[in-house]
Design a binder for this molecule. Structure first.
Ligand code: KG4
Ligand code: ZN
Length: 322
């Protein structure tokens, strides 16, 4: 089995995945509550919490699988992109486990991990496909031709789609992270109530920063008592704008590269309006949309491991790999 570890942001996660892509255990400990009072992830707090949680979470993944480290043949870990201090905790833990057991280490790119959330049984997707990766940190259109990588076709020029959800939620007085809350509230609202246009930028890129400013102005215009009654309408209209932008660019990209299948992964792939907007697409299973370690182990299945002990000096990276 492959032991996967993921600590790039505010989820401490460990999972065991078999060589034939079955998830045996998948443990995610979210720190969301810890960061909620700040309205976003505080990097230093995240690192410290990962440090406390990483060993118990690995233990729990083993216990849940009724396995021990004797059953682990490779260790896969997120190397980047993400919060550097947070990444280093997972990477160091993975190195320590691999080194102690004389195992190979597989360094996984977090974005490749999200794509690989589609390669797990019982409903594994097969490349080639066009993949929309929309999360709190990234919004990318990827040309996925095989299991081991991708080509970037477009990205966001400013905020990520999940970030737009989170910032919008904050303006509406909802909790953090706000994507799921906007999704819930939007069901009770009228998506046509407000017109929130999304900037159209050249090529296959996205831009979401203007949208949140438009919402800010709308919220400021409304008298406080009216704001309370219009919150669901605002949430629905705001979500409609984000989803329309994502769907529009995705279908343009599909046409451009002649993709026959479309896939959606990342935290925002959990959004109900986005999911129904893409009939026939490969959708990451709900528990695998937001950050988890099963997707990291899944990506690891298609990568070369670094033999013991050559990985000890391996470093993490904060930004998109070149
Ligand atoms: O993939 P992820 O866990 O972390 C990153 O790699 O960034 O994505 C988290 C993001 C957050 O911005 C969260 O608000 C968003 O995914 N999200 C959603 C939904 N569930 C989570 N956005 C819209 N609708 C949802 N149902
Ligand atoms: Zn992620």
């Amino acid at each position: 089995m492959i032991l996967g570890l993921e600590t790039s942001c505010d989820e401490t996660a460990a999972a065991l995945v078999t060589d034939d892509a079955r998830i045996v255990s998948n443990v995610v400990s979210s720190q969301a509550e810890l960061h909620a009072r700040y309205g976003g992830v505080v990097p230093e707090i995240a690192s410290r919490r990962h440090l406390e949680l990483v060993v118990p979470v690995v233990r729990e993944a083993l216990t849940e699988a009724d396995a021990s480290l004797d059953d682990v043949t490779r260790v896969a870990v997120t190397r980047g992109p993400g919060l550097i201090g947070a990444l280093l905790v997972g990477l160091s833990a993975a190195k320590a486990i691999a080194w102690a057991r004389r195992l190979p280490l597989i360094a996984v790119d977090h974005l490749h991990g999200h794509v690989a959330s589609l390669f797990l049984e019982p409903d594994a997707a097969e490349p080639p496909f066009l993949c929309l990766l929309a999360s709190g940190g990234h919004t990318l259109l990827l040309d996925v031709r095989d299991h081991s990588g991708f080509r970037v076709l477009g990205t966001t020029l400013d905020d990520a789609a999940g970030e737009a959800f989170d910032k919008g939620a904050r303006l509406l007085g909802l909790g953090y992270p706000g994507g799921a809350e906007i999704d819930r509230l939007a069901r009770e609202g009228d998506a046509e109530a407000y017109d929130f246009p999304v900037a159209r930028v050249p090529g296959l890129d996205f831009s979401f920063s203007g949208l949140k400013t438009a919402l800010l102005y709308k919220v400021r215009e409304l008298p406080p008592e009216e704001l309370a009654t219009r919150r669901a309408d605002l949430a629905a209209s705001y979500q409609r704008a984000i989803v329309t932008a994502l769907l529009g660019r995705t279908s343009e990209a599909a046409k451009q590269i002649g993709a026959e299948r479309i896939a959606v992964v990342g935290g925002v792939a959990a959004n109900s309006e986005l999911r129904v907007g893409l009939p026939g697409a490969f959708l990451a299973p709900l528990p695998l949309c937001t950050d988890n370690a099963a997707m990291i182990a899944s990506a690891g299945r298609f990568l070369e491991g670094i033999p013991y002990p050559r990985y000890l000096a391996l470093d993490a990276y904060a930004s998109l790999a070149a």
